[in-house]
Design a protein around this ligand. Structure first.
Ligand SMILES: C[S@@+](CC[C@H](N)C(=O)[O-])C[C@H]1O[C@@H](n2cnc3c(N)ncnc32)[C@H](O)[C@@H]1O
Length: 402
């Protein structure tokens, strides 16, 4: 069989899985699951299915068991929607669950709702802490619901696999071994869940910002595979520094007429959402991301800074699709520029168009990009007049007026 390359890793803008057959990593996961004896009686949980093929395999594997259910949980709203579309029949028949909003169903909550012995099929996330987080949440689900067991089959490209992944699973399971490889992919198989498995916890860090001209330390939280973990992105810090100067200078609404509504499009761990909530107490603030881990992280970041209040919301949404046109005064955007390792300028275009859609005339987009890429013309064409507001060796901050 010809070897298919793997689907794009997480945290790049996500494309809907088309039914193109399993890639090599899917096939190694499927082979290991078959060897382990998938086929029940058990329920199967698929996590972050990049191609839809693990879900298709799981449905097939439990087809002969009338009560068995497959849960396919993914942090990407785009992938969840594509799975819902592809497997609509199985969802209607009650054989498959695919949480896809509008609210986020955390993995531990979704997994706790399926019963019996859980076999989990997943791709290894790039970051070790993300693997540990997923595994801890699954263990939490099993513990919380009194289910009777958990096995994880997690596959990846050998060149991305490290000892640290075995060790992460080894903190929860008594046995962790590697499967036979297929081509350049291999799976880790974790069995014998320990009674005392460590509870999931967000990664923690903090960032020193200037808020309304005053220094303020903001706590940051990162869960799962959120972009940047709990770290502060240097491009976002440059943007916020320039934005705070503009705010202090009265360029974004006078004290007697504060901004009505602002959004952080692609909020990641919530750094910029927390800044907006701290700097603009009277403004409705929305942090929004297509990634459920980002939504969870932003919520935790806001809570850690006592910034949770009625006019500060976080949504799991694709490109602010839930907002009315011309409903915002300010949008902050630190977009993804890479699809895997390749720079892909088209990813930004859709997000710029979305920002243009939701901004009212006269509203402002603050946008940061890598200095070696050229975006000024693109932003001008899609949003409006552009001014450069900050630049260093790595990043450039632009402001566009709708
Ligand atoms: C470069 S990260 C920036 C994260 C965060 N704003 C920060 O400053 O650290 C880009 C974020 O955009 C999110 N994203 C990508 N495509 C999106 C879309 N169509 N709708 C909403 N968010 C998206 C990604 O999940 C990621 O969290």
């Amino acid at each position: 069989m010809p070897q298919t390359p793997d689907a794009a890793p997480d945290h790049t803008p996500q494309t809907a899985p088309a039914p193109q057959g399993p890639d090599q990593t899917d096939r190694v996961i499927i082979a290991a699951a078959e060897e382990l004896g998938i086929g029940c009686p058990c329920d199967v949980v698929v996590v972050d299915d990049a191609t839809g093929e693990l879900t298709a395999f799981a449905l097939d594997a439990v087809a002969d068991h009338a009560d068995a259910v497959v849960l396919s949980w993914t942090s990407s709203l785009t992938r969840a929607a594509a799975l819902q579309e592809r497997f609509a029949e199985q969802i209607d028949a009650g054989r498959l669950r695919v949480p896809a909003g509008p609210g986020v169903t955390p993995l531990e909550q979704a997994a706790a709702e399926v019963e019996g012995h859980l076999m989990v099929l997943m791709r290894l996330p790039k970051a070790v802490h993300a693997l540990e987080d997923r595994a801890r949440r699954l263990a939490e689900a099993v513990r919380g619901s009194g289910q009777n067991g958990l096995e994880i089959v997690a596959g990846g490209r050998v060149k991305h696999m490290t000892r640290a992944q075995n060790e992460a699973l080894g903190t929860l399971f008594d046995e962790v071994r590697a499967s036979r490889g297929i081509g350049k992919s291999r799976a880790l198989i974790a069995t014998d869940l320990r009674e005392q498995a460590t509870a999931p916890a967000a990664a923690e860090s903090s960032a020193l910002l200037t808020v309304r001209g005053e220094p303020r330390e903001l706590a940051l939280r990162g869960i799962g595979a959120v972009f940047g973990g709990a770290g502060a992105d240097a491009g976002s810090l440059l943007l916020l520094d320039a934005l705070d100067r503009a705010l202090t200078a009265g360029e974004l609404g006078a004290p007697e007429a504060p901004l009505r509504a602002a959004a952080d499009l692609g909020c990641g761990n919530g750094l910029m959402t927390a800044y907006l909530a701290a700097a603009l107490p009277e403004t409705s603030v929305l942090g929004s991301d297509v990634d459920a881990d980002a939504v969870g992280s932003t919520r935790e970041t806001l809570a850690a800074n006592d910034l949770t209040r009625e006019n500060v919301q976080v949504s799991w949404d694709d490109a602010l699709s839930g907002l009315d046109a011309e409903s915002l005064d300010l949008v902050l955007l630190n977009p993804p520029f890479h699809d895997g390792t390749t720079v892909d300028a088209t990813l930004v275009q859709g997000l710029l168009d979305s920002a243009a859609r939701v901004l009212r005339p006269g509203g402002q987009l603050w946008f940061v990009h890598n200095s070696h890429l050229r975006y000024r013309t693109e932003v001008e064409r899609r949003v409006g007049d552009v001014e450069q507001r900050a630049r260093d060796r790595r990043f450039t901050v632009l402001r566009a007026i709708r």
